[in-house]
Design a protein around this ligand. Structure first.
Ligand code: ADP
Ligand code: ZN
Ligand code: ZN
Length: 738
C-alpha cells in the first residue's frame, strides 16, 4: 500500500500467543466515522482474518509501509472497551507476563471474538416523524385504513418495536409503506440505566444486624466509597452474606453497580436467591453454565448500566461496568478463583487491582481466609473484621476425630459413624458424607500378582467408573474398556482397589435401605441444571443422606444437616506442597461448617489413621484461626509466600531431557534478588504422554521477581530448546503439584 492511501495506523491486540501488538494501516474508506481506542477491527493475520482490538492510533509508523497490511473492516456497533478497562487489562497482562492480545480476547465474550459478529445494537423502535405531512395522513385515512391505524398506534406510543407491532397484527409491508412516506422513522432504543428507587429495597426481609455485623457494615461505610480492602473473617453461618447485602445497599442507592464474585456455578443459584429477595433491581449472572448468548447479554447489560448487580465466577472480573461502585469476593480462599491454564490469573487479586484503579471498596469474605489475605489483614494492609459468633440461633459444631485403627470398619465406615448416621436419620435429620474421590474405585488390581491398570500416558492408576463401564484417567481424561484379564499374568481375578463416591453410594443403599441417598459429584451433576435439581431435592428433604466430593463443601446451605462425616482425608497430611496443609484445613472447616446451620446442634466426625497429627489436633482443639497463625509463622521462618513471592516456569515435551535443558538454560543467567529452585521433575512427572519439569523463581521483593521474569522471557527466543517444549509461566502459583 502507498502512503497516500492512508496516514492512520493502528496497533492492534490480536489473539495469538505472541508478546507484541501488530500495526495495521486504516484505509481512507474506513475512516468515515471517528476511530476509537478499544473498538474491534477485522485484520488479516497470515492466511486468516481475526478480530482484534485497537489499542492505539498514530499518524506515522517506524515500520516500512510496504510491509504493513490494512485493516479489513471495522465492527460497527456501540460496544467497545473503554480506557479504564483497557488500562486494567494491560495491568493484568503486565502482572502475569501474559500477551495482551490473549488477555483482551479472554475478556471478550466468545460471540464478540468471532469474525461473524452478532448484532449487539439495542432493539430498534419506531416513532412518528418530526413533522409528518398532514396531507399524507388524510390520504391514508381515506384509502388505507390499516396503514392509518398503524400510524395512529405508533404516534400514540413513545417507542414501539417491530416485534410488538407484529403481535398486534400489522405487516412489514404496511410499516415499510409508512416509512417510505416519511411518516414514521426508526430509532435505537435508549438503554434503560438502572436507577435506585424506594421500591428497590425489600425492607421486610432485611435482618437486624448483630453488634458484630453492625460494626463491620459501619466500618465499610466509613471508608466513604473510596478504595479500601476489607477482609471479613467470619465462621460459617456468622452472617457474612447479610453484611454484604447491607454494605451493598448504600452503593446501589447511589446508583452504582456491584460486582459479586463467587467460586463456582454451584453457589450461584442460592446466592442469586438471597440477592433477589433483598433487592428489586436487575441482577445478571455470568458463569460457565450459561450459553454464549446469555453471557453476551450479561456483558452488554453490565456495560450499558442496565444491570445493577452482576454475580459471576472468576472471569466476571473482566466485565465492563458502566458505574462500578463495589466488588465483593465471597469465599475468597477458594482455589477456583485462580485460572490454571493459559492466562493464569487470580480473580481475587485482579479484583483488588481493579478496585484500586476505580477507587472503590472491595470486600473479601471467608470462614477460612487464605494465608495471603490473612497476612495482609494482620499487617494492616487490609481492614480486618472478625465475626466470631453464628448469626440467629444456630450453634457451632465440634469436630471429633475417629481413629480408624481402633474401630470395626465396614465399607470404609466405622461402627461409631454408622450408629451416628442411624440416629440422625431416625430423628428425621440429614447426614452429609464427604469423600473427595469420585468414581467407583481409584484403581483396579490383580489379586494374583498385584498388577495395577495404569494410564500409560501419565503413569498413574486408572479410576474405575462402574456406571459407565469404563476406566478413566483423571489426569489426562483418557478412557479404556475394563480389562477381563491381568495384563501381567493373565489372571482373571481383577478387583477394584479402594473406594470412590460411586461405590460408597451403593454401600450406603445396602446399609440404610429405608433411607434415600443422593450423590453429588462432577459425574452426577454433569448435565446442565442437574446440580440445582439435586440441591433442591435435598432442601425438599427427598434424601436423608447426601454423599459427595468437595462440590458439597462450597457455601451450600442445608438447614437440616446435623451430622457431617469426612472419610479418607489423610492424603493431604503428607503432601510435599507447602500449601497442602492450608487447603486441607480450609476444606475440613468448610465441610464441617455445613453442620447445624439452623437451630439444631450439629456434629462433625472425621475418620483418620492419624488422629495425633499436629495439624488435625490444632484444628480440632483451637480452630482455623489458630492453625492459620501458626502456619504463617512457619511460612515466615521458611521465607515462603506470603513472606516471599514466587513464579513457576513449567515446561513439558515428549522426552524428559528437553524440558530439563530448556529450564537449565534459563538458569544460566543471573537474576538479582531471586533464588531459583530446579529444574526438577514435576510431582506429576508425566501427564498425557508428556514429561514435565518445574523451575521455581522466588524473591522477597515482588519488583525483583517481576524484573527477573521479564529478563527470562527476553532470553527465551534464543533458548536452544524453545521450539522443542511447551512452556508457561505462572505468577503466584497456588498449586505446585500441577
Ligand atoms: P455466612 O454467609 O457467614 O455463612 P449467612 O449470611 O448465610 O452466613 O447467615 C447464616 C444464617 O444466619 C442465615 O440463615 C441468615 O439468614 C441468618 N442471619 C444472618 N444475619 C442475621 C441476623 N443479623 N439476625 C438473624 N439472623 C441472621
Ligand atoms: Zn496379575
Ligand atoms: Zn492419563
Amino acid at each position: 500500500m502507498t502512503q497516500s492511501e492512508s496516514s492512520i495506523f493502528v496497533q492492534v491486540a490480536i489473539p495469538v500467543p505472541l508478546r507484541q501488538l501488530f500495526t495495521y494501516a486504516v484505509p481512507q474508506a474506513l475512516l468515515s466515522s471517528e476511530l476509537t481506542i478499544g473498538e474491534r477491527v477485522t485484520v488479516p493475520f497470515g492466511p486468516r482474518q481475526v478480530i482484534g482490538i485497537v489499542l492505539s492510533i498514530s499518524e506515522s509508523t517506524d515500520l516500512p509501509t510496504n510491509k504493513i497490511k490494512s485493516v479489513v473492516s471495522r465492527v460497527k456497533d456501540n460496544f467497545h472497551f473503554d480506557a479504564p478497562l483497557l488500562q486494567f487489562l494491560q495491568r493484568c497482562a503486565d502482572y502475569y507476563h501474559h500477551p495482551m492480545g490473549d488477555v483482551c480476547q479472554q475478556a471478550l465474550p466468545v460471540l464478540l471474538r468471532q469474525l461473524k459478529q452478532p448484532d449487539v445494537s439495542l432493539p430498534v423502535s419506531w416513532v412518528c416523524s418530526n413533522q409528518p405531512d398532514t396531507a399524507k395522513i388524510e390520504a391514508l385515512k381515506k384509502k388505507a385504513s390499516k396503514q392509518f391505524a398503524l400510524f395512529e398506534l405508533i404516534a400514540s406510543h413513545p417507542s414501539i418495536t417491530w416485534a410488538e407491532l407484529r403481535t398486534l397484527g400489522f405487516t412489514k409491508t404496511q410499516l415499510n409503506a409508512l416509512e417510505n412516506k416519511e411518516l414514521v422513522e426508526k430509532k435505537e432504543r435508549e438503554p434503560v440505566i438502572f436507577k435506585w428507587r424506594e421500591s428497590s429495597l425489600n425492607e421486610n426481609n432485611k435482618l437486624k444486624l448483630s453488634v458484630e455485623q453492625a460494626v463491620v457494615v459501619s466500618a465499610i461505610e466509613q471508608t466513604n466509597k473510596r478504595f479500601s480492602c476489607h477482609l471479613i473473617d467470619g465462621i460459617t453461618g456468622s452472617g457474612k452474606t447479610e453484611v454484604y447485602l447491607q454494605a451493598m445497599e448504600e452503593i446501589l442507592a447511589s446508583n452504582k453497580q456491584v460486582l459479586v464474585l463467587v467460586p463456582e456455578i454451584g453457589l450461584t443459584p442460592q446466592t442469586l436467591n438471597r440477592f433477589e429477595q433483598r433487592f428489586n433491581v436487575p441482577i445478571c449472572l455470568h458463569h460457565s453454565g450459561l450459553n454464549n448468548n446469555e453471557r453476551l447479554q450479561t456483558w452488554l447489560e453490565a456495560q450499558r448500566g442496565s444491570a445493577a448487580i452482576v454475580i459471576g465466577t472468576r472471569s466476571a472480573i473482566f466485565t465492563p461496568l458502566h458505574q462500578l461502585g463495589m466488588i465483593i469476593i465471597d469465599e475468597e480462599h477458594d482455589g477456583s478463583f485462580k485460572q490454571q491454564d493459559s492466562f493464569r490469573y487470580h480473580g481475587r487479586d485482579m479484583a483488588i487491582l481493579r478496585a484500586r484503579q476505580l477507587d472503590i471498596p472491595i470486600i473479601l469474605g471467608s470462614a477460612t481466609p487464605s494465608l495471603e489475605s490473612l497476612q495482609n489483614a494482620l499487617s494492616g494492609k487490609y481492614h480486618y473484621h472478625q465475626l466470631l459468633n453464628r448469626a440467629g440461633q444456630s450453634t457451632t459444631s465440634k469436630i471429633e476425630l475417629i481413629n480408624v485403627a481402633q474401630h470395626q470398619m465396614e465399607f470404609g465406615l466405622s461402627d461409631t459413624l454408622k450408629s451416628e448416621i442411624n440416629k440422625t436419620v431416625k430423628r428425621g435429620e440429614q447426614v452429609l458424607i464427604f469423600l473427595n474421590r469420585r468414581g467407583f474405585a481409584p484403581a483396579i488390581n490383580c489379586q494374583e500378582c498385584h498388577w495395577i491398570a495404569d494410564c500409560q500416558r501419565c503413569n498413574k492408576p486408572y479410576t474405575l467408573h462402574q456406571n459407565k463401564q469404563l476406566l478413566m484417567c483423571h489426569h489426562c481424561g483418557s478412557q479404556k474398556r475394563i480389562p477381563h484379564q491381568c495384563d501381567s499374568c493373565g489372571s482373571i481375578r481383577i478387583k477394584p482397589l479402594g473406594q470412590g463416591t460411586e461405590q460408597l453410594e451403593q454401600r450406603i443403599d445396602e446399609l440404610f435401605p429405608d433411607y434415600s441417598c443422593v450423590r453429588i459429584d462432577r459425574d452426577s451433576t454433569s448435565r446442565k441444571g442437574e446440580l440445582a435439581k439435586l440441591l433442591q431435592e435435598v432442601t425438599d428433604k427427598k434424601h436423608q443422606i447426601l454423599l459427595g466430593t468437595q462440590m458439597l463443601a462450597k457455601g451450600h446451605h442445608f438447614p437440616d444437616v446435623t451430622l457431617v462425616a469426612m472419610l479418607d482425608i489423610d492424603g493431604a497430611l503428607f503432601s510435599f506442597d507447602f500449601r497442602a496443609a492450608e487447603h486441607m484445613a480450609q476444606l475440613l472447616v468448610q465441610v464441617a461448617g455445613r453442620a447445624g446451620r439452623e437451630s439444631k446442634p450439629g456434629k462433625v466426625l472425621v475418620q483418620t489413621s492419624y488422629p495425633e497429627h499436629p495439624l488435625l489436633q490444632d484444628l480440632v482443639n483451637n480452630g482455623y484461626k489458630h492453625f492459620a497463625e501458626y502456619a504463617l509463622t512457619e511460612r515466615q521462618q521458611a521465607y515462603l509466600p506470603p513472606f516471599s513471592f514466587q513464579a513457576l516456569f513449567r515446561a513439558e515435551a515428549n522426552y524428559p531431557s528437553y524440558p530439563d535443558k530448556f529450564l537449565r538454560e534459563i538458569c544460566n543467567h543471573q537474576y538479582e534478588g531471586c533464588e531459583l529452585a530446579g529444574p526438577i521433575p514435576a510431582a506429576m512427572e508425566k501427564r498425557g504422554g508428556k514429561y514435565r519439569f518445574h523451575l521455581i523463581v522466588q524473591s522477597k521483593s515482588r519488583k525483583q521477581l517481576h524484573q527477573a521474569i521479564h529478563r527470562m522471557l527476553l532470553h527465551i527466543p534464543t533458548n536452544e530448546w524453545n521450539t522443542k517444549v511447551r512452556w508457561s509461566v505462572d505468577v503466584d502459583p497456588i498449586d505446585l503439584s500441577w
